[in-house]
Ligand binder design. Structure first.
Ligand code: UDP
Ligand code: MG
Length: 304
């Protein structure tokens, strides 16, 4: 196999047929290609449609992996690259927001001496202001927190060499943040600027709930800064409490008794709120450790 193309798919019955046709014609002209669809526990007609694509289509061999349930986009990408045999591996979404016609050009760029060629979004067509704003904020936040440089405005649309894929697969993160891992392994990485298209069929499979989960996965995988922040905040609050204590003692000695309980109550409530928030963040990290220690598989593929 020269090239494996991995496509994570979740409830895409509206677009999967036209996407398949488009990928086929985009890769027309390339030799020894395998196309791996990873069905991430779709509950619509997607699995049925994917099944009908299986087999050889000229130079393209189509394979389908079916998850036993929805494990999420990252797990689907991981399963796809784990099953891939190609010297090069490409990742692309099923909704064709990332044009598959660019894959041959990205492959060419790899042959010019790069190990990873990742799509850099110059624009995002047809996405809501909120999605664009949250994405903009997310890429900047993760970069300011993470100890490695994760390319801004780059999704999972990319082509990698086998060497990079093997390096990524050697990471045993329980909930892998794929684009972070690809950045983390190093090698020669190069951006490929492109315009992200609008989703023409179906709807986004990333509602706010999944976006928040994804952001936490990214931050907790590559940064301990929130824990450091907690420590500093705790230190700061200790100093402030000490100063207030000294001041209160002085007032008492001078016989000036503090009249209001409102300030006391507010201070108490705010203090507790901050403590709970900090405990919550620590709990989330601890939860991540527990997930890792349990050592459950990151996804389950079921038999056809
Ligand atoms: N996807 C998936 N599992 C999920 C959610 C999404 O495999 O739990 C797939 C989806 O079918 C698509 C890709 O991941 O191929 C990106 O999802 P989507 O286009 O909905 O995200 P957006 O582009 O809106 O961020
Ligand atoms: Mg999309």
């Amino acid at each position: 196999m020269e090239l494996s193309v991995v496509v994570p798919v979740f409830n895409e019955e509206e677009c999967i047929e036209s996407s398949f046709t488009r990928i086929k014609s985009a890769l027309n002209g390339m030799k020894n290609v395998e196309l791996i669809f990873v069905n991430d526990g779709s509950r619509d007609l997607t699995p049925h449609k994917l099944n009908s694509f299986k087999g050889k289509h000229a130079e393209i061999e189509v394979k389908v992996l079916n998850f036993s349930r929805n494990f999420g986009h990252s797990a689907a990408v991981l399963a796809g690259i784990e099953a891939s045999k190609g010297d090069l591996v490409a990742i692309i979404d099923a909704d064709m927001q990332d044009p598959p016609e660019l894959i041959p050009q990205m492959v060419k760029k790899i042959h010019e001496g790069h190990d990873v060629v990742y799509g850099l979004r110059l624009s995002r067509e047809g996405e809501t202001f909120f999605k664009k704003l949250s994405a903009w904020f997310f890429y900047r936040l993760i970069n300011s927190l993470a100890s490695i440089d994760i390319p801004k405005d780059a999704g999972d649309f990319r082509v990698m060499t086998r060497e990079v894929v093997n390096a990524v697969l050697s990471c045993e993160d329980h909930s892998p943040f794929m684009r972070g891992l690809v950045a983390w392994v190093g090698f020669r990485q190069s951006p490929f600027p492109y315009h992200r298209e609008e989703r023409k069929l179906g709807t986004t499979k990333y509602p706010l709930r999944k976006m928040i989960k994804f952001a936490w996965q990214a931050i907790s995988s590559f940064s301990n800064t929130p824990l450091l922040f907690i420590t500093y905040l705790g230190l700061g609050m200790t100093v402030v409490s000490g100063l207030i204590g000294v001041w209160a003692l002085k007032q008492k000695i001078n016989g000036e008794v503090i009249p209001g309980w409102t300030s006391l109550l507010l201070g108490f409530l705010a203090g507790n709120a901050v403590t709970l928030l900090m405990l919550g963040i620590m709990g989330l990290y601890l939860g991540k450790v527990i997930d890792q220690v349990r050592g459950r598989p990151r996804y389950i593929v079921k038999n056809d």
